[in-house]
Design a protein. Sequence first.
Length: 208
Amino acid sequence: MIQVHHLNNSRSQRVLWLLEELGLAYEILPYARDAETQLAPAGLKAIHPLGKSPVITDGDLVIAESGAIVDYLVQTYGAARFGPGPSTAEKVAYHHFLHFAEGSAMLPLMLTLYTSRLGDAAAPLMPRIRSEVANHLGYMEAALGDRPFFLGDTPRGPDFLLIFIVELARLFGYGEPYPRLADYARRIHDRPAYQAAIEKGGTYAFAL
Ligand SMILES: N[C@@H](CCC(=O)N[C@@H](CS)C(=O)NCC(=O)O)C(=O)O
């Protein structure tokens, strides 16, 4: 059975949502962040040397990186429903957004998190960080357009990654002015599979 090494309040919520949409049987192995440092417990390093979550196992396979996990699960168990459409243009758009989430959009959000601990010392960095957050969220708002999900009428692989970007951005106070992203988050949060994933995953403070 698929096992998910799941850290509270983390990217591994993405994986639980996808597994619920896929209707697969899976087991959650829970890990709690340190209350003070917010870091993952050392036990995660026994599963994968990076010591990060999510990590899944499927038989002998150990898979880390949420993008790689989403790609693996979609390709293996749900390509028709959650994979790219058949044309080259659809495949390019699919892989663009699959990589964009962690490769581009996450960086200014992580910088926001890290610099929040510097107090006034962070001031010289903040204009660039804020403008890069706005750059990426503005791009997402425009790319979503009038579609319910990034690649059309139903969620596809990249949506399982991009929802976390929207959630984190809102948590960090970057929620405005992105009405389409707000509707997008609501649309996802209303899905029974998303709610089942929240129920099974335990503490998740990001679904604002
Ligand atoms: N790019 C990786 C990032 C993994 C990552 O940094 N996960 C965070 C949770 S969202 C984590 O494990 N943090 C705890 C720590 O660094 O100790 C992915 O997408 O899976």
